[in-house]
Design a protein around this ligand. Structure first.
Ligand SMILES: *[C@@H]1O[C@H](CO)[C@@H](O)[C@H](O)[C@H]1NC(C)=O
Ligand SMILES: *[C@@H]1O[C@H](CO)[C@@H](O)[C@H](O)[C@H]1NC(C)=O
Ligand SMILES: *[C@@H]1O[C@H](CO)[C@@H](O)[C@H](O)[C@H]1NC(C)=O
Ligand SMILES: *[C@@H]1O[C@H](CO)[C@@H](O)[C@H](O)[C@H]1NC(C)=O
Ligand SMILES: *[C@@H]1O[C@H](CO)[C@@H](O)[C@H](O)[C@H]1NC(C)=O
Ligand SMILES: *[C@@H]1O[C@H](CO)[C@@H](O)[C@H](O)[C@H]1NC(C)=O
Length: 478
């Protein structure tokens, strides 16, 4: 029975409470279950450690699990008495208790022996004046009960991840998101084999991803993004066959994207953006048939994507291969990805034509091929440009042009010059012929236009990508 009452649900909650107690009274005519004195004292003291000694709710909330529950505290009846099962500290709700500037993890916190869920939000926020470290001892006291542990948005939470977290073998969700934590990831996190969610994103962790993480066979979500992790991916990562979402973006990870990752057949999100992965893309990447979002941008991958059978990624919605040093042509097989909404191929060294078939992708609403060396005539319909507007990016391709006169000025692709008689010289088709001196003039024109517009569009693109990624991340956590 959950007793956590929030805001507008208060009245309803009271009614349910009354009903509940009334039923109990009818049933066995005893009073509401009592709370063990030691449990109650431990609860008040543990909360005081975070909100300050000024707070002693025992007058306001003499019965914290029964008639007068405390915001952020949930309880359950075990053996006829109330025990705290969930505690959340920090300004989650309007009427949550605020955190003190000077906080402490009191020993009493670890005496709440039926605590299943412990969350901290936006509480330790002053890294300079009041830095806080997570205590390394005592966590084993919660080993028998704790299933969920979260620290989110604490700039002032510094120091290493305690190795004693490795005792919390019942843990199913460990979220340490956007804090100031440093140091290497402890090997014994690999002991937490019941974890289905491990999120350590947005800290300053360094070193390699431990091999032991390969033991977390029940993981569905692994998010280590936005840290300073380095080295190669552990081979054992390929053992995490249940994984649905793998986000290792924005680190310094390196090495080849080996076949191991391809064992992750249920993966829907693979985000390795902004690392140092190299060695090109292999066929194994397109054998991950569940993928919906594949984001590899900003890695020195190199290589060519012509030979890959893209059409086998039938669930793909987002494909971002921008800034990965691709060479060769854009494969027409990309037009077999019927669910694709975002295709980013910008800032590579791609050559050849832009396949007109891409326009037939039914749900495509962003296509970026800017900053390549594409050539020839853009052969999309005016409707296509009208639909895409600025989400079609082809600027900074000096040898690309659009058919002049076929289009109203408002729909013309941004930063692309109109084809003029005599300057289709680089179109690989047979009708290509050399103009007389027009090329220099035109490439100069486009260079200046392209350069100044690139900045604006760079931002716009960044915004777009980021929006989609933010949505992805929100999906991860909600
Ligand atoms: C809160 O106050 C009551 C009485 O004022 C006292 O008995 C109790 O020990 C206090 N609790 C804590 C945790 O300080
Ligand atoms: C956790 O794993 C390490 C090896 O990674 C092992 O030495 C240790 O005994 C394990 N601890 C527990 C509590 O299982
Ligand atoms: C992958 O997903 C399928 C279908 O949802 C499921 O039956 C299967 O058990 C999953 N594989 C793993 C290793 O979890
Ligand atoms: C494209 O290739 C040229 C010449 O091979 C090279 O100088 C340039 O750095 C490459 N650009 C990118 C974005 O990889
Ligand atoms: C672009 O491609 C043309 C041939 O299609 C080539 O002559 C030119 O050097 C390339 N430009 C760059 C910057 O690689
Ligand atoms: C361009 O499109 C027109 C009509 O949509 C088509 O007839 C023509 O063959 C296309 N040209 C190329 C090079 O794809």
């Amino acid at each position: 029975m959950r007793m956590l009452l929030r805001g507008s649900h208060f009245i309803l909650g009271v009614c349910i409470l009354c009903l509940g107690v009334w039923c109990c009274a009818q049933a066995d005519s005893t009073d509401a279950a009592p709370m063990e004195k030691a449990e109650q004292a431990a609860l008040y003291s543990a909360i005081q450690g975070f909100v300050g000694d000024w707070w002693n709710g025992s007058d306001l909330y003499p019965d914290p699990c029964g008639w007068t529950p405390i915001q952020g505290v949930s309880c359950d009846i075990v053996g006829g008495q109330w025990y705290v099962t969930a505690l959340s500290i920090g300004p989650v709700h309007d009427n949550s208790l605020g955190c003190a500037t000077k906080v402490e993890f009191r020993a009493q916190l670890f005496q709440l022996k039926h605590l299943k869920s412990l969350t901290f939000f936006n509480c330790f926020i002053s890294p300079r004046r009041h830095p806080v470290t997570i205590p390394d001892d005592k966590w084993e006291k919660l080993a028998g009960s704790l299933e969920l542990l979260e620290f989110r948005s604490h700039q002032g939470l510094i120091g290493q991840l305690p190795t004693s977290f490795g005792y919390l073998f019942k843990l199913q969700s460990l979220v340490l998101l956007e804090n100031g934590l440093t140091g290497e990831l402890p090997t014994n996190i690999g002991n937490l084999t019941n974890l289905n969610r491990l999120v350590l994103a947005g800290n300053r962790f360094t070193g390699q991803i431990p091999d032991s993480f390969g033991r977390l066979k029940k993981l569905l979500i692994l998010d280590l993004s936005r840290n300073s992790l380095s080295g190669h991916l552990p081979f054992a990562l390929g053992c995490l066959t249940s994984l649905l979402k793998l986000d290792l973006s924005n680190n310094h990870l390196e090495g080849k994207l080996l076949g191991d990752i391809a064992y992750l057949k249920n993966l829907t999100l693979l985000d390795l953006r902004n690392n140092k992965f190299s060695g090109g893309l292999t066929q194994s990447i397109v054998e991950m048939h569940s993928l919906e979002e594949l984001i590899l941008s900003r890695n020195p991958l190199g290589g060519d994507i012509m030979s890959l059978e893209w059409q086998s990624l039938q669930n793909l919605v987002i494909l971002d291969l921008s800034n990965v040093g691709l060479i060769g042509e854009i494969p027409g097989s990309l037009s077999g990805l019927k669910r694709l909404r975002y295709l980013g191929l910008g800032n590579n060294n791609l050559t050849g034509n832009l396949p007109p078939k891409l326009a037939s992708l039914p749900t495509l609403n962003a296509l970026y091929v800017n900053g390549n060396n594409l050539t020839g005539v853009l052969n999309f319909s005016e409707d296509f440009y009208g639909k895409m507007v600025r989400r079609f990016g082809a600027w900074n391709n000096p040898n690309l042009c659009y058919p002049f006169g076929l289009m109203t000025a408002t729909n013309a692709p941004y930063g692309v010059k109109p084809c003029r008689r005599g300057i289709t010289l680089l179109e690989p088709n047979s009708r290509a012929k050399l103009g007389d001196g027009n090329l220099n003039q035109n490439s100069h024109f486009i260079a200046s236009l392209g350069f100044s517009s690139y900045r604006i569009h760079g931002l716009w693109q960044f915004f777009l990508v980021d929006t989609s990624i933010t949505v992805l991340l929100l999906n991860l956590f909600l």
